[in-house]
Design a protein around this ligand. Sequence first.
Ligand SMILES: [Cu+2]
Length: 458
Amino acid sequence: MKKIAVLLYFSMAASVVLWGAGSQGGAESSVLPVPPLLEGEKLRLVMQEGTLTLPMGTSKTMGFNGDYLGPTIRVSNGDQVDIEVQNTLKEDSTVHWHGLHVPAEYDGGPHQIVEAGSTWNPKFTIDQKAATLWYHPHLLGKTAEHVYNGMAGLFYIEDDYSKSLPIPQEYGIDDFPLVLQDRRLDKNGEFAYNPGGRDIMAGYTGNIILVNGAYEPYLDLKKGTYRFRVINGSNSSIFRVRFSDERNFTVIASDGGFLPESAEASELIMSPGERYEILVDFTTQGTLSLVTDIYGGDSFKSLDFNILKEEGTYYPHPESFEYTPVVYDESVNIKRNFRMETRGMGGFTINGKSMDMNRIDFTLDKNNTEIWTIENVGMGMMNIPHSFHVHDVQFSVISVNGREPDPLYSGPKDTVLVMPGDKIKIALRFEDYTGIYMYHCHFLEHEDSGMMGQFLIE
Ligand SMILES: [Cu+2]
């Protein structure tokens, strides 16, 4: 098992690491909500308006099959999936399956608009290994607002291998999703999407953290080993996630599935859209918290664990997992460069260009491996972090600023944090499907302001 204290590349990034101090607190708390499971051959998602009542006020929201967030879709590798997506909102939207290897016509990007009042019916076969993926709207210029209002859900893939592992896998019992989101409450205790120019540049940072849509919830747990699937579901906040007692835990999976070797860590640095699965042992009775620090913002106690006297089940933490990296050859594979640039208020470009639905940025061949270098060149006054997300594939990180990636970046990834000055090299292999897919910054305000492009697989 690899041991790491912090993500090394992060502390080497060009910018000063600004973690806030202080904490919110005080309100009555509720038990952690766990989204219902949605399983079977025919699935149904209804995009609908709703409200979310927190101790401080009631906000207008949007959700899937409910007021806020959506059910956890759980499928197995090889399943044929038929999803009816009904849009009962007063406006158009889309549903993108983030991290899923899926035919372009069902990717749910900006080209697959689900008009207000209409229904979209993607059908595809799951063809990828066990992973914690998620789904959310991806409408051009409206992604940030729709996600902020609550439209997001988890999409679990299991397979024979994941089911055979001696690790916690009882959903909502010893295997919990933790969707972390910051939201900005106004003086009425409500959150509404209303970003100013600075919010678009620096991120629409919140003043509270919600976990699965709840404010400072708690979990009563027996002693034992637990698996948490952590997702940064924020619009544009980088989170540092840790326990209040600074304990170590074992990271077993990243965005697209299990790591080749599990890694011991005491914190997770997560940009929007990134996921990690961790195993943690609770061995003594007492209370501790999950803490979420926002990069450049405040620090929040976000979830309390009350560890009971009763003994539960302990599991060994596996040292390694089956993992197939993308095999690449730098002397043969096609190389591409992506320069992410911040140009004044609200101007975000990749390779000097802003997203245009009518422009294909490049075309690539099916059954090819490519090496992409992503660089955040916005420096000086424009010292703004970005991230890079590619649709259709899980990639392997080759290097970060010329160095071997941190152990947490050694497994399958679909989103990477790109701090100012960073240069990240990834290997990607495109198979099975042709058509148009997106690549973009997953800071949603940046994405909506043009930091996106599209490629065509032929
Ligand atoms: Cu960005």
